[in-house]
Design a protein around this ligand. Structure first.
Ligand SMILES: [Zn+2]
Length: 453
């Protein structure tokens, strides 16, 4: 097993602080010479249970963890694919790698990837999957949930079986953590780009069929549908994270979904009832309820900057940055597919369906982190929203943090020539899977989604 000593400005996990009811100040001065951190899965780490037990008391913001903090300078030692040590100051020996500028962060974790690089995950062939897992590290992503949007239940079940068959043959690259089913149990009123002909109620039979492979780790549903709350309970009991989304629910109905075990809200503000002060809907409950973790598509098209700031201020430690990337992501303008329907990627802005509905995004997750920082969110909190928070939510406390015992999934984030934050080098289990210097970032590199409006 190889050992690797990396010297860098590094963003490390802070220890759990049960008494702390909010995140630590971003980039706070570091009081101790080293960074003791929770061993992943350690008893008492709320994330070890996935944070989705319906009987659990409400988690404090940030699941009891302080926001991570930046050690500058800092270092970490990797042994056998796992982080063995992290520390502040000069490294204890000659480093194998010295990263100048930028920040070494945990590899990014994306819970909503419909597709990328021209491939729609739901019907990508094996070479498509190979392309996506080997190239996502270019965007800093080291683990993700391929996301299948609304289709007939039997079609989704077939896609799950096909995926189960090809996963063991995938090459080194981003980890596939399971599958996110976004639909078909969604509201007609808030369907967005989903095909209304296939929307349906979550019957016990449908759920049983979809849970057969064990691949499903996250389901987005509208809890106000017939049988919705029972479905939340069934999924939660099966260890599946439930996210309220494409929903016209009232805030009260969303609270009932959280009572039943839901812990996430899919793409806050998009395709859901909002924050009207006398008729609060999904977005209001998502921000106000400490049990819920709002996903945010931070391409500055799906949600205006002021609304994104509102979200980070209202739900510190609970925001989850996602791309909701469609097959058009990482590709030049043109025609692509989402859930079998044609979508068009314009020169600027997200992909659109023929009727003008936004159909996923062309966002890359490193850019989303950069956009959060540009909005005034501290570096540590912005990175946490794309690493530790999503990892904990889906019950993977071994990922998404630089801490002893965690997987050595790392990405070195630094501004490119235009000032946009980019993954320069990425490692999965201690093995380098992306290096912008040696492999270049030519014309087919994921495009910039940073806007100035
Ligand atoms: Zn959606």
């Amino acid at each position: 097993m190889t050992s690797l000593l990396i010297a860098a400005r590094a963003l490390v996990a802070a220890p759990p602080a049960a008494s702390l009811r909010g995140p630590a100040p971003s980039d706070a001065p570091v009081p101790t010479p080293s960074a003791p951190a929770a061993a992943p899965g350690e008893p008492g780490t709320p994330a070890a249970a996935g944070g989705i037990s319906p009987d659990a008391p409400a988690d404090p913001p940030g699941d009891g963890h302080q926001a991570s903090r930046v050690l500058s300078p800092g270092w970490l030692r990797v042994d056998g694919g796992v982080i063995a040590e992290v520390g502040e100051g000069p490294p204890p020996g000659p480093p194998d790698i010295r990263l100048q500028a930028g920040t070494l962060a945990p590899g990014l974790v994306d819970l909503q990837v419909n597709g990328f690089f021209g491939y729609d995950m739901v019907d990508a062939d094996e070479s498509g999957w190979q392309t996506v897992v080997t190239r996502l590290p270019e965007t800093g992503v080291t683990a993700f949930l391929p996301t299948f949007i609304t289709a007939p239940v039997r079609v989704q079940a077939a896609a799950l079986r096909r995926t189960e068959g090809l996963l063991p043959r995938l090459p080194a690259g981003a980890r596939v953590l399971g599958v996110h089913l976004e639909g078909p149990f969604l509201s007609e009123k808030r369907r967005g780009a989903h095909n209304p002909a296939w929307l349906t109620d979550p019957t016990p039979d449908a759920l049983a069929l979809l849970l057969e492979t064990g691949l499903v780790k996250l389901v987005t549903l509208a809890p106000e549908r017939e049988g919705g709350l029972d479905a939340v309970r069934t999924l939660t009991e099966s260890g599946v994270l439930v996210s309220v989304g494409h929903s016209d629910a009232t805030a009260e109905q969303v609270a009932q979904a959280a009572d039943a075990g839901a812990r996430k809200v899919t793409h806050l503000f998009n395709a859901q009832s909002g924050i009207h002060h006398r008729a609060p809907g999904v977005a209001a409950q998502a921000l106000a309820d400490p049990r819920l973790h709002p996903g945010l598509i931070l391409d500055l098209h799906h949600v205006a900057p002021v609304a994104a700031r509102l979200a980070f201020n209202a739900a510190p430690g609970r925001i989850v940055l996602v791309t909701d990337a469609a097959s058009a992501a990482g590709m030049p303008p043109g025609r692509y597919e989402l859930g079998g329907e044609p979508i068009d990627l314009p020169a600027d802005g997200p992909p659109l369906r023929a009727d003008g509905a936004i159909a996923g995004s062309a966002l890359r997750l490193d850019a989303a982190v950069g956009n959060a920082i540009a909005l005034g969110v501290g570096t540590a909190a912005a990175v946490d929203a794309a690493t530790r928070v999503p990892a904990d939510l889906i019950g993977r406390p071994d990922l998404g943090r630089l801490a002893p015992g965690a997987a050595a999934d790392l990405t070195w984030l630094a501004p490119d020539g235009s000032g946009a934050l980019r993954a320069r080098r990425t490692w999965v289990a201690g093995a380098e899977v992306w290096n912008a210097e040696t492999r270049g970032s030519g014309g087919s590199s994921p495009r910039d989604e940073r806007t100035t409006r």
